[in-house]
Each structure stands twice: as structure tokens, then as C-alpha cells.
Design a protein around this ligand. Sequence first.
Ligand SMILES: C[S@@+](CC[C@H](N)C(=O)[O-])C[C@H]1O[C@@H](n2cnc3c(N)ncnc32)[C@H](O)[C@@H]1O
Length: 261
Amino acid sequence: MSDDKPQPARRYNYWLGGKDHYAVDRESGDEIEKAFPTVRTMAVENRQFLRRATAYMAERGVRQFIDIGCGLPTHDNTHEIAQRFHPDARVVYIDNDPIVMVHARALLTGTPQGRTAYIEADLNDPERILAHDDLTGTLDLSQPVGLMLVAVLHFIMGPGAANPVVKRLLDALPPGSYLAASNATKDFSTPEMAAAYDAMIAAGRVDAWPRDRAEFAGLFEGLEVVEPGFVAVSEWRAENEPQPRPAPAEVAVYCGVGRKP
Ligand SMILES: C[S@@+](CC[C@H](N)C(=O)[O-])C[C@H]1O[C@@H](n2cnc3c(N)ncnc32)[C@H](O)[C@@H]1O
């Protein structure tokens, strides 16, 4: 396998222990791991947050989901979790990496009653996503939707840059909808780790924009924030996960879930 540029989906798959990655992805993944040795724990815990957040929403009656930046299929994908609660659950997967879409089309088939759709699109173009026939033809946007923006918002680089995108997507969803999101952060890091991260961003060696608590919380403006609020992905409703939990500094990713009133 070869390719000239590392891609987040394949690098994340590498950290998760999957097999869908190229040498450039492994090199980039190893370089980040040198600066941040617990990056694999981060990937696993972030994925576990996605699973718990999907189950949380499904348990409260949400039967349709938009999962943007869905990544390469793994076990317990969003529709598999949702369809355990509601066999008729519908999920629209979106990613901007064409390779993700090839794998997703092949693997992400669900229950006979439920439906899944796949759209290759960029999170930075919410208008196109919302107007896409495969989205409007799969989901009923008059009914609550779980919007999953898990480990994807940090690819919108720059302070405040993700807010208008999230707002536009939430504006299109009815009351009772949820947002589940996670984003890299330096808030839990030592000053040395934070400085190393800044140096990698400055050198163009890392493509995930870290957000502090205030900026991350701002993405949930207008929503009722679900307990326990904004915490490390390893700590969100993780009572039934193996204990002790990884420390926030080991995962360095904020998460939260909010409900549209
Ligand atoms: C770290 S993976 C997260 C996968 C999954 N959401 C999870 O949390 O397990 C990030 C995914 O976001 C996708 N992505 C990055 N930037 C994107 C953008 N601007 N629009 C859509 N997808 C994007 C990548 O291709 C990748 O599949």
C-alpha cells in the first residue's frame, strides 16, 4: 500500500489497531505517538465515547443519526449501536475521505428495517450536506436527530472556526435533537506537552486544532448540556467501563453531549 499524504481516517485506524493504513499514515501516527505516547489510548477512548453517546441518545428515543467524519468502519459502528435499541434506526454517514466511503459502502449495511446512507462531503460545507438527496431521502428532519461530530471538529483549524458550521447543522434539526462532539485539547497537558503540540502545529506536522474548555463549550451554545458536562472522553458516563479510567492527560480530548430544547 502506498499514498503520498497521511490521512486522518487511516492514521486513526492504525492507532485503533485496524489494518486499513498506508506507510505514510503509520509514519505520521508514529511521529505523533513520540510526542504523545498515549495516542492509542486516546483513539480507543474517543471511540468508546462515540459508542456510549450513541447508546445514550438511542435510549432516549433517537432513531436517526448524522455521523460526520465517521471514519473507517470498525466494530460497533453508529448504526449497529443505534439498531440494537431501534432496529428501524437510520444513519447517514459522511466523510470527506474517498477511501472511507469505499470501505463504508462495502461494510456498513444494517438491519432490514433500518437504513444507512453514505455521502462523501466536507464538514465545512454544511449546506451541501443538508441539501443532499441521500440525507433528505433517508432521514425525516421533522423528527429528532443525533448529530455526531466526534473527533472531526478539530480538523477545522483556527479559533472559533468550527462554531458557524455546528450552528448551521443544529439550526436544521428539530427540538429533541442531540449533538455529541469531541475535540482535541491541551487543557489536560503538562506545559511541556502543550509546547510540543504547539511546535508540531507551527511546523505543519499535526492537523488537529486543540480547543480549550471555553471554546469547546461554545459549540454547544443554546443546548441543554447532558451530565457530566464537558470532560475527557475517558470520563463521560464511563462508570461501567474498566476501572481505573485513563487520566484526562492521557486522552487529551474533550467531549460533550447536548440536547436541543
Ligand atoms: C479521527 S477520525 C474519527 C472517526 C470517528 N468519528 C470516531 O470518532 O471514531 C476523523 C475522521 O474525520 C474525517 N474528516 C476530517 N476532516 C473532515 C472534513 N472536513 N469533512 C468530513 N470529514 C472529515 C476523516 O477523514 C476521518 O475519517
